[in-house]
Design a protein around this ligand. Sequence first.
Ligand code: GTP
Ligand code: MG
Length: 237
Amino acid sequence: MDEQEGTQLTLNQLQVHVKDMQQWQINEDFAKQIEDFKTLPVLYRHALNELQNKIDVIKSEWQVRDGFSPIEHVKSRIKEPKSILQKMQRKGYEFSLGNMEQYIHDIAGMRIVCAFVKDIYRLVDHLSAREDMRILEIKDYIAHPKPNGYQSLHLIIAIPLILLEGTRWVKVEIQLRTLAMDFWASMEHILYYKFDKQLPAHVAEELKEAARAADELDQKMLRLRREILELSEGDGP
Ligand code: GTP
Ligand code: MG
């Protein structure tokens, strides 16, 4: 989620970027596709709004039932046109709206930051059981961290939008993290770009070490939570 929050895709921006890149032929067909491109950001924005509503309901239900919501904060963004085009080029897809919808899964992105690791899995279980969305892919970088130490759980989901033309399923990428994982990922992101994506070996090693420290912190918080729950259960009559 490198893009600015709330960035809007506009037709003009897209045309400018495509001309900049020049690798793609701009023919009549392509021009028509760019015209159609106007409607897409609106769809992705609606999908994010719908998802946000669902998450708000979950949060308040959790709050009422357990006295606190394990969801700390939620952020969403629409990918910038330039990044979409660069990604398509990097992955070797011809530019077409069909390819864009089919292969670029993170045009709409949401990041959900939770207090505890356990809550991430509770939330994923809940989302998987719902009938108003489909889980298309799960990547569990918590159980299997990336070689650099990165941890998060990524979902690609599809949300149904009821439109005049009928139902359209729109993809959203959700990244679920704890506060500690989010802290690490934000720092790593800053350093990665600071060093122009070429981290010196000792920096990469220390970052990995920091990821392990973040993981230990998460485990410690879980143990403390368990202890507090056991103590408060012991308080009962
Ligand atoms: P791309 O979508 O092409 O990036 O490949 P992918 O689908 O294999 O991506 P993946 O699911 O691994 O990661 C998607 C997003 O997660 C990225 O765009 C970042 O926002 C975030 N991410 C993944 N790896 C890292 C990492 O090492 N550091 C940080 N800070 N963020 C990461
Ligand atoms: Mg991805």
